[in-house]
Design a protein around this ligand. Structure first.
Ligand code: FES
Length: 352
């Protein structure tokens, strides 16, 4: 598999979904590279002066749609999301990588899926629900969508449209911190609230699997409540949230003896091999970038798997992994943003 590369896409439409969020529709110059699975995301690159920003946003359109559309919520202080919400215009060109991510519907997803979203976590969930209900005429979906207030509900109209299209098969429950009169549906979506919903509203014994996307505390609370109500762990799927990216999940720097020797390393990207020496307190991605190797990356926090490569020789230590499955790790795949050299010589292949 070749390492992912950036392509050019033109913005064909921008829809404001709330005061601080937009849905951006794109037309890639190379559409064949942009077939996607529901739940996947796109990684964008933007140069601001000396700084190159990379950010990932989930696709909100259902699988099979012509439109390639992502939801971008303005995160306070967010350089990319702020720019996309205020300055991006129809006709602009963006640098974007092909779709990635594993928060997708497995073949054996089952017939009744529970989706739980918080804030902009609705973006991949919208794509998953639209795809599930369109592809499987017998499938049922229940969505719990948590927000601060009615004004912060992203994709409200799109959810209404889905609800009208699949009246008997989609249940949408809005849980709001304010602006909601029914006590069961008002307040924070914490473990207690989930317990009340699972006891009085959503019979979990009829739910085959659950998909959760939202801020960390909400995600943990929902997973805890699902487990406490008997949902097996392997039927609970997470997508880590944009807010969990840089800084929040990054491991502590690796401490090695000051005189620890660098490790001889060969890195292959896009069929091009390069030899370098990697210090033991330097991640493989940092070393590759310092050597001007065009290694792919996005979050740099072990979340997105854009920086995935395979170790063909030598040993590395991967300090965090929120993206790769156990069998991929067994097969030698690593997240290079989280991997440090241990013994060499090392051979790292981004194309494998
Ligand atoms: S760049 Fe996202 S996991 Fe490494």
């Amino acid at each position: 598999m070749a390492a992912p590369r950036f392509h050019t896409a033109t913005v064909t439409r921008i829809d404001r979904t709330t005061r601080d969020a937009v849905a951006v529709t794109l037309r890639p110059d190379t559409p064949e590279a942009f077939a996607f699975k529901a739940g996947q995301y796109l990684t964008f690159r933007r140069q601001i002066g000396e700084v190159e920003l990379r950010r990932s946003y989930s696709i909100c359109a259902p699988e099979g749609d012509e439109a390639l559309r992502v939801g971008i919520k303005h995160v306070p202080g967010g350089a990319f999301s702020g720019w996309a919400n205020t300055e991006l215009r129809v006709g602009d060109s963006l640098q974007v990588m092909p779709p990635m991510g594993q928060f997708t519907l497995p073949e054996t997803a089952g017939r009744h899926l529970l989706f739980v979203a918080g804030g902009s976590g609705i973006t991949p969930i919208l794509s998953l629900i639209g795809t599930l209900l369109r592809q499987d005429g017998a499938a049922q979906a229940t969505l719990i969508y948590a927000n601060r207030s009615p004004a912060s509900i992203m994709f409200r109209d799109a959810l209404e449209d889905l609800k009208n299209l699949y009246l008997d098969r989609l249940t949408v429950i809005h849980v709001l911190e304010s602006g909601q009169d029914i006590p069961l549906f008002s307040g924070r979506l914490d473990t207690e609230k989930c317990a009340a919903l699972f006891t009085r509203w959503i019979p979990l014994d009829q739910v085959d699997a659950s998909y959760i996307c939202g801020p960390g505390p909400m995600r943990e609370a929902v997973a805890t409540a699902l487990a406490a109500h008997g949902q097996p762990e392997d039927r609970i799927r997470f997508e880590l949230f944009a807010a969990d990216q840089p800084g929040k999940l990054a491991p502590a720097p690796r401490h090695v003896a000051p005189d620890a020797p660098g490790i001889a390393t060969q890195i292959t990207v896009g069929g091009i091999r390069q030899d370098l020496t990697v210090a033991q307190d330097q991640s493989l991605l940092e070393a590759a970038r310092a050597a001007d190797i065009d290694a792919p990356f996005a979050c740099t926090a072990g979340v997105c798997s854009t920086c995935r490569a395979r170790v063909l020789r030598g040993e590395v230590e991967m300090r965090a992994n929120h993206a790769l499955e156990d069998d991929q790790v067994r097969d030698g795949y690593i997240l290079t943003c989280q991997s440090y050299p241990v013994s060499g010589p090392l051979e790292i292949d981004y194309d494998a």
